[in-house]
Design a protein around this ligand. Structure first.
Ligand code: NAD
Length: 470
């Protein structure tokens, strides 16, 4: 597939290129153009020009439905690109375009029902002669900066609500997963989305920076790491910001938990996408009375998973996105071991692949206990009472999702009330997301909420109308 930028109706290339290879077998996957600030400006201008054209609600709705149908029709092709270039097993990749099409349909429904509200202007004495309402207006050009993981679903989560609210979009995917984003957007544009409403520029940090700083961009919808999020905030100037960043999600296992269900869900939540998942389980707090039995079952489950190439349909845990990322995760494991942690299963690295790893005795100060590891690594901790477990789970500067396995309403509500996160899952792993629910984190995990309706609200602003009939 030829990789070009998507700018209105043109498909330009840049002279500067990035070569992308599959991290497992180093097979060459793509030659990407790197957009300089001039190319970024052309994309923003195309988006601004399209924004000035009418885009009535019925066209937004039919554009999004037609985009969803096109994505579904090309699901297998997009999934193959995703598994080849990125870090998802082929079966994980096959689920993503199907999910993306659903998100686009949800966005069409939001477009149809998005509205303002009448206001009780007579609420203030002397204001009885006034009547009025507010409407929701689009913001203009929205810059969407994507991470390498879940790129196809995230195109839908950003472009869907942005278009539903009447905006234009410029996407900047991560170089490691740009092919699937380009193909997804091209396929969406083969439907009814007007040219210029959806643009894509490829490149790395410099391309992202040029987009973030562009004065005609009204909002930045960023998903990625915390350090990059900080950089984006400091560079953006006065623009609306949505920041979806990472975490080191905690799960609490109480003595009355249904163990088989807990082991399965926590394993799925920890090791899917080789642990490169903002919602991935990283820290598991297990009540001391069931610690040994949970540990035995969980270690056996993790040890049974097959690690290998993303294109092998029998593989459960594939290569990480880059060899350097696997080196980084291995160094966190080694540092924890040096400080006294024990590896219960896994712990080995073969090139870009890290075996599913379970550890215990990990010190509170170790990076595995307090940073986002973003790899297939889980730490088990023993606790005596729930207050202590919640306190330790909260003792980090991030909080996206948290989870508890229990049959007790009282304990579940204690966790719901006290865990410092954007979402609490009861009897499920932290890796659960309904695409219509408000999604986002507390602390350094993020600012704002995604989830189609909530994102569409953030991607629009109110405008008040007041008639004085006196
Ligand atoms: P990253 O921060 O390295 O890159 C994200 C994007 O930002 C890429 O497109 C990159 O090119 C771009 N970028 C880099 N420097 C930039 C700059 N100075 N200005 C503008 N753009 C810049 O993240 P990643 O490694 O691709 O993704 C992993 C991170 O994303 C993890 O922390 C993960 O938890 C997080 N994530 C969060 C969510 C969520 O919804 N909360 C979802 C997926 C991933």
């Amino acid at each position: 597939m030829k990789a070009t930028h998507i700018i209105g109706t043109s498909r330009p290339e840049s002279t500067e290129k990035i070569e992308v290879a599959n991290a497992y077998d180093l097979e060459h996957v793509a030659t990407l153009s790197v957009a300089d600030s001039e190319t970024v400006s052309e994309a923003v201008e195309a988006a601004s020009a399209a924004y000035r054209e009418p885009f009535p609600t019925h066209e937004r709705v039919s554009s999004l439905y037609s985009a969803a149908d096109r994505v579904e029709a090309h699901a297998e092709e997009i999934a193959l690109l995703l598994a080849r270039e990125g870090s998802k097993t082929i079966s994980e990749a096959q689920r993503e375009p199907v999910r993306a099409a659903e998100i686009l349909r949800m966005s069409a429904e939001v477009a149809r029902t998005m509205s303002g509200q009448t206001l009780p202007f007579d609420a203030r004495p002397g204001s009885e002669s006034r009547v009025g309402y507010f409407v929701r207006r689009p913001l203009g050009v929205i810059a969407c900066i994507l991470p390498f993981n879940d790129p196809v679903a995230l195109v839908a989560h950003k472009a869907g609500p942005a278009l539903a609210a009447g905006n234009s979009v410029v996407m900047k995917p991560d170089p490691a997963s740009s092919l699937s984003v380009l193909r997804m957007c091209e396929v969406m544009l083969e439907g009814e989305i007007p040219a210029g409403r959806l643009n894509v520029v490829t490149g790395g940090a410099a391309t992202g920076q040029a987009l973030v700083k562009h004065p005609d961009v009204r909002m930045i919808s960023f998903t990625g790491g915390q350090k990059t999020g900080e950089k984006v905030s400091s560079l953006s100037g006065i623009k609306r910001l949505s920041l979806e960043m990472g975490s080191n999600s905690p799960v609490i296992v109480m003595p009355d938990a249904r163990m088989e269900q807990a082991v399965q869900a926590i394993s799925d939540g920890a090791f899917a996408q080789a642990g490169q998942n903002c919602l991935g389980v990283q820290r598991v707090f297990v009540h001391t009375s069931v610690y040994e039995s949970f540990r035995e079952a969980f270690v056996s489950k993790a040890g049974s998973l097959k690690a290998g190439h993303s294109m092998d349909s029998t593989v459960d845990v594939c290569q990480m996105i880059k060899r350097s990322e696997a080196d980084r995760v291995k160094s966190h494991i080694d540092a924890a071991v040096q400080a006294g942690a024990r590896v219960l299963t896994g712990g080995h690295q073969k090139d870009a692949v890290i075996e599913p790893t379970v550890m215990e005795n990990v010190q509170t100060s170790a990076s595995i206990s307090c940073e986002e590891i973003y790899g297939p690594v889980v730490a088990l901790y023993r606790f005596e009472n729930l207050e202590e477990a919640v306190g330790r789970a909260n003792d980090v500067d991030v909080g996206l999702h948290g989870a508890v396995f229990t049959e007790s309403l009282r304990d579940a509500f204690y966790v719901i009330e006290h865990l410092e996160v954007g979402g609490v899952m009861v009897n499920d792993s932290t890796d659960y997301r309904l695409d219509t629910m408000p999604f986002g984190g507390t602390k350094n995990s993020g600012v704002g909420r995604e989830g189609v309706q909530y994102a569409a609200e953030e991607m629009s602003e109110t405008k008040v109308v007041c008639f004085n009939l006196g």
